[in-house]
Design a protein. Structure first.
Length: 202
């Protein structure tokens, strides 16, 4: 099922994801829906926060992209496309090497792209959708996408990594986007009792 993608200004994008202890049928369904949503939106990665769920869960697929990636599993280089899509639960990134400027977009920021510095390569350990530990090293676009999505899982957005000149030039657009998103949010439900005269509170 294609889910609505949360846009900038929604508070869930700033929440840290909750650890997933077990791969339940609900988690499997969520991962499948996230992949479907990502593809429908033409994206190469999606974090759970972006569909409104603050969980340590991301999906990615760089198999169709013309931007290069490499993937090392167990020390051996493998075919990237053959291992796509990937679903990572509770991912941890380590051993970042290099620094590369590259163009990024984000499904939560329609129409905005910017050059962002990311490590050129990194190691990833996570739990796979089969519940087993998953470890690999990656470079290029795959490394970039995983770093971008991993940021989402911790409430960090790509605008936080833009240089200040870019951020200044986007300030108006971002403000508008934030306002639009917040205007569309359902009103906060009043807590029981609030607004009632003191005399009738029990
Ligand atoms: Zn994003």
């Amino acid at each position: 099922m294609v889910l609505p993608v949360v846009k900038y200004g929604h508070p869930v994008l700033r929440l840290r994801g909750k650890r997933i202890e077990a791969v339940t049928p609900e988690i499997r369904e969520l991962a499948a829906d996230m992949l479907e949503t990502m593809r429908a939106a033409g994206g190469v990665g999606l974090a759970a926060q972006q569909i409104g769920r603050p969980l340590l869960l991301m999906v990615a697929d760089v198999g169709e992209s013309d931007r290069p990636s490499t993937l090392h599993l167990g020390g051996a280089e493998v075919d990237v496309a053959a291992h796509m899509p990937i679903v990572l639960l509770n991912p941890v990134i380590s051993d970042p090497v290099g620094k590369e400027l590259g163009l990024e977009g984000c499904l939560s920021f329609p129409s905005i792209t910017a050059d962002i510095y990311r490590a050129d390569s990194c190691s990833v350990s996570a739990m796979g959708l089969d519940g087993r530990p998953l470890k690999f090293r990656c470079t290029g676009l795959l490394a970039r996408v995983i770093q971008h999505e991993n940021d989402h899982l911790h409430g960090v957005l790509f605008i936080d990594r833009m240089d200040s000149a870019t951020k200044v030039s986007l300030a108006g657009t971002l403000k508008r986007m934030q306002k639009e998103t917040q205007a569309a949010l359902p009103p906060v439900r009043k807590r029981a009792g609030r607004g009632l005269p003191t005399s009738v509170r029990t």
